[in-house]
Ligand binder design. Structure first.
Ligand code: AMP
Length: 282
């Protein structure tokens, strides 16, 4: 695996591959890799000739400086994992490389999408995400870029970004990779105690029950039952729980037949924010 730290070196390496007509798959991460990330890499490997993974803990998407300080960065372990997954190139830039002095912020228009749900809990977060993803896509120019459904709102933000700037890339959204108890894998899960990690599978159980209930009862009633089930777990605080349109993320009060929607939840469990979602349809 090539380990690249500057955009210049990356561009010249990728140019050689492009000249040979190789398709480039790209997985953007903040490191502290787990099986969720590795599944994205494996998929990219199946669907492209070259797979590039970036590891960059993007300071601009952290509204809480403490959260940034606490973010795990086990780079040596990540490199071993990437090598064993068959990743071809790791791009691991510094903040100075990603945001050089001459860096000019693009005028990214995310509209309502950036200010609701995750955007309301973390002001500025999606602007930071869009900025870094634009920088990375402009530099890597991949044929396909892979993102996880785990960060559902983020996938919509990235699709909006790609549309606004006409970036020639196919955005592929991969299913949520889960622990055996159903807990969505996340770099933040290492902050959970073993016991809490074991217990936290309840979030997915509640989402699956919610999906079933939505076939039988009105949205409001189904959400109330789901909220009560979550709150039965000591230490669980709901940041948001909603059923939203899968494209606009506007709240859905009545699920129309055939309508594609998503149930999104963030549970703060003993101080750790756990995001999850499930697709539902009318
Ligand atoms: P992160 O390092 O958390 O920024 O995540 C990098 C990419 O991996 C994003 O596209 C995430 O949505 C995706 N990802 C993170 N966790 C999972 C998971 N459990 N299943 C699938 N994709 C994931």
């Amino acid at each position: 695996m090539f380990l690249i730290k500057t955009t210049k070196a990356l561009e010249s390496l990728l140019e050689q591959n492009r000249k040979q007509n190789r398709k480039i798959g790209f997985v953007a991460t903040m490191g502290a890799l787990h099986n969720g990330h590795i599944e994205l890499i494996k998929r990219s490997k199946r669907e492209n000739d070259i797979t590039l993974c970036s590891i960059f803990v993007n300071p601009r998407q952290f509204n809480d400086p403490n959260d940034l300080l606490k973010y795990p960065q086990p780079i040596d372990k990540d490199i071993i994992l990437l090598e064993s997954s068959g990743c071809d190139i790791l791009f691991h830039p510094s903040a100075e490389v990603m945001y050089p002095k001459e860096f000019k912020e693009a005028d990214i228009q995310l509209g309502n999408l950036a200010g609701i749900l995750e955007g309301a809990m973390r002001p500025g977060h999606f602007k930071g995400v869009a900025l870094v993803v634009k920088q990375l896509l402009d530099c890597v120019k991949p044929d396909r870029a892979y993102f996880g459904q785990k960060d559902f709102q983020q996938t919509l933000v990235i699709k909006a970004l790609v549309k606004q700037f006409n970036i020639p890339v196919e955005i592929i959204v991969h299913d949520i990779v889960r622990e055996s108890n159903g807990l969505a894998m996340s770099s933040r899960n290492i902050r959970l105690s073993d016991d809490d990690k074991e217990q936290a599978g309840f979030i997915y159980q509640v989402l699956m029950q919610l999906k079933e209930r939505l076939k039988k009862v009105p949205v409001k009633e189904a959400l109330e039952s789901a909220a009560n089930e979550i709150l039965e777990h000591p230490g669980a605080v709901i940041e948001y729980l909603t059923v939203a349109d899968a494209e606009s993320l506007e709240p859905v009060n009545v699920l129309e037949p055939g309508q594609k929607a998503v149930a999104l939840v963030v549970v703060n469990y003993h101080g750790v924010r756990l995001l999850d979602n499930i697709l539902v349809s009318g």
